[in-house]
Design a protein around this ligand. Sequence first.
Ligand SMILES: [Zn+2]
Ligand SMILES: [Zn+2]
Length: 296
Amino acid sequence: MKTDIFNLAGNWYRGNLHLHTTFSDGTLTPEEICSVYRQAGYHFVALADHWSLTEVRLDYPDFITIPAVEYNSGVYHIVALGVKTLLPSPPPDVQEIIDAINQQQGVAVLAHPYWSGITSADLLNLKNFQHLEIYNNVCQITKGKGYSTVHWDELLQNGRRLSGVAVDDAHHRPTATMEDDLAGSYVMVKATALEPELILEAIRNGHYYSSTGVSIHEISLKDNILTVQTSPVREIRFLGYNAQGLRVSGCGKEIERAEYKISGHERYLRVEAVDAQHRFAWTNPFYLEDFFRPSG
Ligand SMILES: [Zn+2]
Ligand SMILES: [Zn+2]
């Protein structure tokens, strides 16, 4: 993330980039799930059914869908956003799927690595993808394997530039011992208007943050001090290369702001905040070389 996305012209739009419907293994129709998300305060969703470019006709002025499909090859699942045609099934390998999505000017999101048993070493063998699911709600609710932030850090650590998305991957199959997976996470995208192409372009550029309920109000960088303002949280973490970074705790009290003095050795920095209900917000990383170029 550029730290200045909070100052970019435009509006914040709340979306979910990975949902299933009755066109694959979800239990709600496209119309039903769109209605649920719209009523929950979302502005857009991606209906990423398995091997289906699910379409839906909606008549809302304040809610859109962006084209999507979820592909799989071996243990790898890839959500393709903004693609117009379906790949032939099954394509030979995951890298070919990613490359084909890029050829269609789509956005490839590597889905739920923790749940899939994929390691960061596996991911380092893949290239040409810039977005990773760092939180997947159905993987958390059904298996306790929703968080893939260590995968994210290990790829960043190895010099990859990678944005992190929080998704529901909703199927809507609640039971007596398992919560519903609807509307549990989101991305907040900064875009100039609620149109599929503009939302996609903002996602492609990393102009978003991810959340399971915590809001980020402001990030600013001035005189090497990174300042973050959030909704009330228990702690705010700054994460960089190796041991670079800082955890700022309210020590039992709630805080809404934290500062971090950049040493120059962080290489990259991302911020995450955690509230008393263990809800998160995650910014995308920014990369120090973009801000501190040698002069001349
Ligand atoms: Zn999947
Ligand atoms: Zn899925």
